[in-house]
Ligand binder design. Structure first.
Ligand SMILES: [Zn+2]
Length: 73
């Protein structure tokens, strides 16, 4: 059932998404990894999902005014 190229699952690239680009990733069935043709990001499905969550969190947090330097205490 596995096939190369665009699979049944469409994940956007978290790395590109962080830069406001909505890029669909391709699936490498051999390595069982998703990869982005634009920024060379690649990772497992789990990694992609986790990073996409992080990006979403980042975007939500953007409304608040904090900076990373300030978080060190
Ligand atoms: Zn990318």
């Amino acid at each position: 059932m596995a096939q190369a190229g665009k699979g049944r699952l469409n994940y956007r690239c978290p790395s590109c998404f962080m830069r406001d680009l909505d890029i669909d990733m391709f699936y490498d069935a051999e390595k069982e990894e998703f990869y982005c043709i634009r920024c060379q990001y690649c990772g497992s499905e789990e990694d992609v999902l986790k990073k996409n969550e992080m990006v979403r969190f980042r975007y939500r947090a953007m409304g608040k005014r904090f900076r990373f330097e300030e978080m060190d205490g």
